[in-house]
Design a protein around this ligand. Structure first.
Ligand SMILES: Nc1ncnc2c1ncn2[C@@H]1O[C@H](COP(=O)(O)OP(=O)(O)OP(=O)(O)O)[C@@H](O)[C@H]1O
Ligand SMILES: [Mg+2]
Length: 304
């Protein structure tokens, strides 16, 4: 197995960062994943999507999950949400086994999952109403969550009248309206342009620090993971296993100026090393990633 030497830089923590992690570890455990495994049976044969996954998240912790495409990130979050069964191990939320979906877990996906025929307010009221809150109460709660995500002016708008970033803010308000113990987010900003994504990341941190919520956030984007997370769970593919659980040494509060700091760059280098190990020239793997292209023009002038 590829086993690079760790770069000491990302393991170095300032006394403040060290103290914050010590406080975090003293908080109660919200989610515990024990020896979790998932095997899919299909016509093509068995796929071991996840194997031996073990981790805990503490109350109000922000954990990001990264890993190459197909390593089982969405499968993991779907199991945690109770939308998918698991083959081995167990998932405990507040010490109780997860068995199917429940309002104690809020989900936000990449695709816009709002009900198109309902207004912003009605989308956000939906959960509280389903949980038996009266209409007036549900409406009051919905307005509070809509204010929190900065969409007070759009309570009566319909999803098609909103930008991609605004739709995701409604999706976050809708998930929070059920007052879940944990927010499970699967590449929620993956479809947004870079500028909107940056604003959403900062907004996400503002929300997180102001309410009692634990977040598990899947992303492909290494910088996004470092900017948001307390800890980053790094998975590898085939089978999906935990490679490392990294404590992000970048101090809080986070700001965009930190992307060039020594802590940020050292963490990024470690993630690059884990996620994109160097491919041997001429290997089958390189052939797959960058197939050879034959010259198909007689034009003599070379473009480079
Ligand atoms: N319903 C299913 N039936 C069979 N195999 C599946 C099913 N769902 C996922 N898989 C397989 O499990 C593995 C993990 O898939 P998953 O979607 O969890 O990966 P991912 O890390 O979320 O990928 P991406 O980064 O592209 O979103 C893949 O090999 C995939 O083909
Ligand atoms: Mg996925």
């Amino acid at each position: 197995m590829h086993n690079p030497q760790p770069i000491p830089g990302y393991l170095l923590q300032s006394p403040e960062v060290r103290a914050r992690f010590e406080r975090l570890q003293q908080r109660e455990v919200i989610l515990e994943v024990k020896d979790l495994g998932k095997t899919f049976d299909s016509a093509q044969g068995e796929t071991v999507a996840l194997r031996n996954i073990n981790f805990k998240t503490h109350r109000r912790e922000f954990v990001c999950v990264i890993g190459p495409s197909g390593c089982g990130k969405s499968t993991l979050i779907r199991i945690l949400a109770g939308l998918e069964s698991h083959t081995t191990g167990e998932v405990l939320l507040d010490g109780k086994p997860v068995d199917g979906p429940g309002p104690d877990r809020g989900m936000v996906f990449q695709g816009y999952t709002l009900f198109p025929w309902l207004s912003v307010k009605q989308n956000v009221m939906f959960g509280p109403e389903m949980n038996g809150h009266g209409k007036l109460q549900a409406e009051r709660e919905a307005r509070q969550w809509i204010d929190l995500v900065g969409l007070s002016k759009f309570v009566d708008a319909y999803p098609h009248q909103l930008s991609g970033g605004m739709k995701q803010r409604v999706a976050i308000a809708r998930a929070l309206a059920n007052q879940p113990r944990i927010l499970l987010m699967d590449e929620p900003f993956g479809a947004l342009d870079a500028q909107t994504r940056g604003k959403m990341q900062a907004h996400m941190l503002d929300i997180w620090k102001n309410i009692d919520i634990t977040v598990l956030f899947i992303t492909h984007d290494l910088d996004e993971a470092i900017f948001l997370a307390d800890r980053i769970l790094v998975l590898k593919a085939h089978p999906g296993e935990v490679q490392e659980l990294i404590e992000v040494p970048v101090p809080r509060p986070r700001h965009t100026g930190q992307v060039t700091s020594a802590e940020f760059l050292a963490t990024r280098a470690r993630l690059e090393e884990l996620i994109h190990p160097p491919v041997q020239p001429g290997s089958a793997e390189e052939d797959e990633i960058r197939p050879q292209v034959f010259r198909m023009t007689n034009v003599e002038d070379n473009v480079e």
